[in-house]
Design a protein around this ligand. Sequence first.
Ligand code: NDP
Ligand code: MG
Length: 382
Amino acid sequence: MMNILLLGATGSIGESVLNVISQNKESLNLLGISFNKNVLRYQEILKEYSPDYVYVDDHDSFKSLCNKDKGRYLNGDEELERLINKDDFDIIVCATSGFAGLKSAYIASKTGKKILLANKESIVAGGDLILPLAKENNTEIIPIDSEHNAIFQCLSGEKGTEDVKNITITASGGPFINTPIKELKHVTIEEALNHPNWKMGSKVTIDSATLVNKCLELIEAKYLFNLDEKYFDLVVHPQSVIHSIVTFVDGSSICQMSAPDMRVPIAHALSNENRLSIDFNNLDFNNLNLFFQKFPSDRMEIQNIAREVCNKGGLLGTVFNAANEVAVESFLKKEISFDKIYEVIYRTFDKNILSNNVSIETINEVDAQTRIHAKKVVKSIA
Ligand code: NDP
Ligand code: MG
C-alpha cells in the first residue's frame, strides 16, 4: 500500500489525483492532505477519504475548523515541515498552485521520498535550489505536468538523455492561438478561462491562454531533464493528443499520446512496477487528424525571455514567475486588459538581477521585491 500526502487536494490536479486513488484503493491510500481555504471541498474529501493528516494554510479557515474539531488540524511553517517529513508517507504530490507551492516543494526535496510534481512555479522560481537538493538527498521527482510526464515516459528505458537529439514540447495554444496579441484587448475573463481542451485551475488556464504556460514549461523541462534550452522546441498542437516528442540521435522520434485528461499522467506517476488501471477516454485512431503549427511570432518575445531564464538560471526564474503571477492576478481582478499581461512581464523582467546567491531566503526576497515592482507597473499602465 502506498501512503500519499496530497498537497493542494482541493484543486483541479487534486481532484484528478483523488479520482485515480479512488479507482485503485487496493494499492493507494490518501493519508494526508493540504489546502488553503476551500473548506467546502475539503469536507467532501473528508467524507470520502478521511485522511489522517490535514494541513490548512489559511489561518482563518484553520481557526474555524479548529472550533469544531480541536487538535485535528495543522497550520504554520513548522507543522508543514513536520508533516512533509513524516515517515508514514511514501509519496508526496505537490499540486499547490503558484509560488505558494515553493515552500512545500523545498521541504519535500530534502526528504529522500518520491515527489510527484505538478507545481511548475516552484521549479521556475527555485529550480537552482530544488533540483540540487533533490539530487543530494536521493529524492525522486516524477513530473505530472502532461508534457514533462510524456518526456519522462519517452525516456524510460533509455540510459539517460545522452542519445537525445531534441525534444518537442507541444502546446494547445489555448483559446486565442490564431489571434494576434494586439487584438486581445477586449478579451473577457470568461473567454480567457474557457480553454478548448483542459479544465484546470484559473492561474494555469490564463497562462495557457497567453502561452506563458509553455514558457514556464520550457524552464521546468530544462531543470527536470538537465538539458540545455537549445534541445527544446515549442510547437503548437491544438488537439492536445501528443503531449511531447523525444527525437533520438538515430532519427527515431517517440511520443506519448492520450486524450487530454490529467488522470493519465497522474496514473503513470502513481504507478509502481505495474501500470495502474483507470477508466479513460479511448482515442479513436480512425478519426484522428492531428496537426501542428508554429509558435506564433508575436509570442516569441516571451519565449525568448524564458530561454534567457534557462541560460542564466539563478534568481531570474523567480523574477519571471513573480512578474507573471502579478500580471495574471491583475487581469483576473480586472485591473489590466488581457494584452497587458505581456507588457507587465516585459517591463518587470530585469535580466541583470544578481543571480548567484540562490537560497530559500533570497528566492522569497526577490519574489517579494518583484511583486512590488510589478504592481507599480500595473498601476502605471492600467
Ligand atoms: P487550483 O487552483 O485548481 O488548485 C490549487 C490548490 O492549491 C488548491 O488545493 C488550493 O487550496 C491550494 N493552495 C493555494 N494556495 C495555497 C497555499 N498558500 N497553501 C496551501 N495550499 C494552497 O490549481 P491546479 O490544480 O489547476 O494547479 C495546481 C498546480 O499544477 C499549478 O502549479 C499548475 O500550474 C499545475 N498544473 C495544473 C494542471 C491542471 O490540469 N490543472 C496541468 C499541469 C500542471 P484552496 O482550494 O483552498 O484555495
Ligand atoms: Mg502542461
